[in-house]
Design a protein around this ligand. Structure first.
Ligand code: FES
Ligand SMILES: [Fe+2]
Length: 326
């Protein structure tokens, strides 16, 4: 089995699923090339290697019964700690070998997502947790599977000058494509851009054209946030993007949107809008070449307006992120 050579990512909390989707059926997911199975027990959600130690069948083919994960092939039962507690073919009274256990991973539920870390995480909780303003209305969005490397998808989210073209008529207008000068600074451990003003014909699906100011924050290699203010209004809008790196060339994006306006508008309006934006971005990021994000700043041409992307690439390089990068 391939060992993960990316301690920067294997010790991070990654969003593995929308929590509501992990119910009584085991769910197969992938993180950094490792196949995992998620399932729910009375003591919370668990993440195991998706492989029965008996004959190598994915445990996600099995079922959950009384807090045990039961393999589909010969019915071996694993308890919530990963120990095999029942081998139906063993004659009564015969002890189960102590070695009979599966590999477990760090797993927790928070903010409507299931989070997993392959190795002991740097932080006790996901990096976005302390930044979530609980006075705002939350919407959990995703999963959005993308056939592109996770860093390409994160960088696309941080890229302001594509809004006028990829999302024309919604997040931007090609007639207002110029980007004002801004800086990116490290503040309280967060890489944060200055304000970037963008004219947006329909920034949230309500069909209202406004000028918004964007602030991007890079929180960790796979978690970022957009803070949007509408000029002349008290409306607040935060959008977190968290990307699950599955293989070097595929990932799944999740989002947490928070707002203090349009309480009466059903979540489905915002979700449909985000689905459209995501489909537009997918068309681009799934075709970018090279597929892995180049961390050598000489490899692609950068403009001043790409400062957030440059800061992101530098950060990945400093942290030694290799998965999905070149
Ligand atoms: S392969 Fe899982 S019980 Fe045999
Ligand atoms: Fe986009």
């Amino acid at each position: 089995m391939r060992t993960i050579q990316d301690p920067a990512l294997s010790r991070e909390w990654h969003p593995a699923a929308v929590a509501a989707e992990v119910q009584d059926k085991p769910l197969a997911v992938q993180l950094l090339g490792e196949k995992l199975v998620l399932f729910r027990t009375g003591s919370g959600v668990k993440a195991f290697r998706d492989l029965c130690i008996h004959r190598g069948v994915p445990l996600s083919l099995g079922k959950v019964e009384k807090d045990h994960l039961v393999c589909a092939y010969h019915g071996w039962r694993y308890d919530a700690d990963g120990a095999c507690v029942c081998i139906p073919a063993l004659p009564a009274g015969q002890a189960i070998p102590l070695k009979a256990r599966t590999t477990t991973f760090y797993c927790m539920e928070s903010l409507g997502f299931v989070w997993v870390a392959l190795e002991e995480p740097h932080e006790k909780r996901p990096v976005i947790e302390p930044l979530v303003d609980h006075s705002l209305l939350p919407i959990v969005m995703g999963p959005y599977p993308v056939e592109a490397s996770a860093p390409r998808v994160v960088e696309n989210f941080l890229d302001v000058s594509h809004l006028m073209f990829v999302h024309e008529g919604m997040l931007g207008d090609a007639g207002y494509a110029e980007i004002n000068d801004y800086e990116v600074r490290m503040e309280d451990g967060v890489l944060r851009s200055g304000e970037i003003r963008v004219y947006q014909p329909d920034p949230d699906g309500r069909g209202r054209g406004v000028t918004n100011s964007y602030i991007y924050e890079i929180l960790s290699p796979m978690s970022v946030r957009l803070i949007k203010h509408t000029e002349g209004s008290d409306e607040q809008f935060h959008l977190f993007l968290m990307v699950l790196p599955e293989t070097e060339h595929s990932c799944t994006a999740f989002m947490l949107q928070l707002r203090n306006y349009a309480e009466e508008v059903p979540d489905s309006v915002f979700i449909d809008f985000q689905n459209t934006l995501m489909a537009q971005d997918k068309l681009i990021v799934e075709r970018q070449n090279p597929e892995l994000l180049p961390l050598d700043l000489q490899a692609e041409l950068h403009l001043k307006c790409d400062r957030v992307s440059i800061a992101y690439r530098r950060m990945l390089k400093e942290l030694g992120v290799t998965f999905g990068t070149d």
